[in-house]
Ligand binder design. Structure first.
Ligand SMILES: NC(=O)c1ccc[n+]([C@@H]2O[C@H](COP(=O)([O-])OP(=O)(O)OC[C@H]3O[C@@H](n4cnc5c(N)ncnc54)[C@H](O)[C@@H]3O)[C@@H](O)[C@H]2O)c1
Length: 355
């Protein structure tokens, strides 16, 4: 079965990650693209040899040859586009964050429930990183973690005044854009609901902040995260159980290791174990580098998984419910910054008057 995919949004993430990943999957053909910026769309279609350059999303969705779409547009547009795509009978891959309000998340979930034969996957690419797979396997051995420590930082960027990332409340902030990947990992790696969120922030300059987020999870588990868009690139998660620790440093080829208990802190045994970990990663290093690195591999695995779910009629591992769960934590973190206190994720502050 060939999946004829339409890309909605021809911006940075479409160009740098999705298109190269999709092109590596035999069963998917990029048959059309569209963008509010028609000049950008035309240039993108010409550069990548995409047969149809649709004048609007509606025109793309009316094309009966297209059976799936990728929504690669700013967060505030995801809900309307996803509902329209499902109404038009298309499977959907939608970028994170799923949405900026719970009302929008719920609209999407409702639309998916009325179209249960269509597949919807949220693009939490870190779920498909090889270290996340290894973390899951280690947790099978050590048990579900009761403590998680995360860091995700980026270099400082400035965007043009008109760009959605530069606008207040459009999802370009550190919580909705970056931290949400780790909120999703906290959910995915523990299988536990996050019940309370407490966030602090410090402004660094007009465009940059550092944020810390502490969260209580069900069953006495906790997570803390440090996030900044004014630092060097760093992206790492460590989880702890009484049987051991599991560490994934996503930007290193040798960044995965486990420390089983008992833990001879700083002793020769631990140093030898780290040296052994490094050597263990060496054979994979060449093929990972030839394949464009771990993140390119994660996007390819995500797209292969989406295609497989359509072909085999199975449920994607990164669902709308997962997207909503991570969005809920992001909304609670924003609320905590405003209120200056911890926020229960079930509270009316988070849900607003609709609940
Ligand atoms: N998974 C990740 O790690 C990751 C990384 C970067 C971006 N993203 C996500 O991808 C999405 C896009 O980000 P980006 O960096 O590519 O942004 P971008 O601004 O570079 O591209 C967005 C494109 O969408 C177009 N667009 C806007 N509204 C539209 C609409 N209603 N219909 C059609 N086209 C529309 C814009 O003209 C632009 O070309 C965001 O949700 C972002 O959070 C995810």
């Amino acid at each position: 079965m060939t999946i004829h995919l339409g890309l909605i949004g021809c911006g940075w993430i479409a160009q740098t990650q999705h298109l190269p990943a999709i092109r590596a999957i035999d069963s998917i053909r990029v048959s059309a693209c569209t963008d509010l910026d028609s000049a950008r769309c035309a240039a993108f279609a010409a550069q990548h040899d995409i047969p149809s350059n649709a004048p609007s999303t509606q025109a793309l969705l009316e094309n009966p040859a297209i059976n799936a779409v990728a929504i690669l547009t700013p967060p505030s547009t995801h809900a309307d586009l996803l509902v329209a795509a499902l109404d038009a009978g298309k499977h959907v891959y939608v970028e994170k964050p799923l949405a900026l309000t719970l009302e929008d998340c719920d609209r999407m979930i409702e639309a998916a429930q009325t179209n249960p034969h269509l597949k919807v996957m949220v693009g939490f690419n870190l779920r498909f990183h090889r270290f996340t797979e290894l973390m899951r396997a280690a947790h099978e051995k050590f048990g579900s973690p009761h403590l998680i420590q995360s860091t995700f930082t980026n270099a400082a960027y400035t965007y043009d005044a008109g760009h959605w990332r530069a606008a207040q409340g459009q999802g370009g902030d550190i919580i909705s854009d970056l931290a949400i990947h780790h909120f999703d990992l906290w959910n995915a790696l523990t299988g536990r609901r996050i019940t309370e969120v407490f966030a602090h922030q410090q402004g660094i300059d007009a465009d940059s902040v550092s944020v810390t987020v502490s969260a209580r999870l069900e069953d006495a588990a906790m997570a803390t995260g440090t996030f900044s868009n004014h630092a060097i690139y760093h992206n790492a998660v460590t989880s702890f159980t009484s049987k051991g620790a599991v560490h994934a440093d996503f930007y290193r080829f040798d960044g995965f290791n486990t420390t089983p208990a008992p833990n001879p802190v700083g002793g020769a045994g631990m140093l030898i174990a780290r040296a052994r970990d490094f050597v263990t990663h060496l054979p994979a290093a060449r093929s990972i580098m030839c394949g464009g690195g771990d993140f390119a591999g994660a996007y390819r695995r995500a797209w292969a998984h989406f295609a497989n779910c359509i072909e085999k009629d199975t449920t994607p591992i990164s669902t709308l419910a997962d997207g909503r769960a991570a969005a809920l934590v992001a909304i609670a973190a924003h609320e905590s910054l405003r209120a200056g206190m911890p926020i229960q994720t079930e509270s009316t502050l988070v849900y607003g008057s609709k609940r």
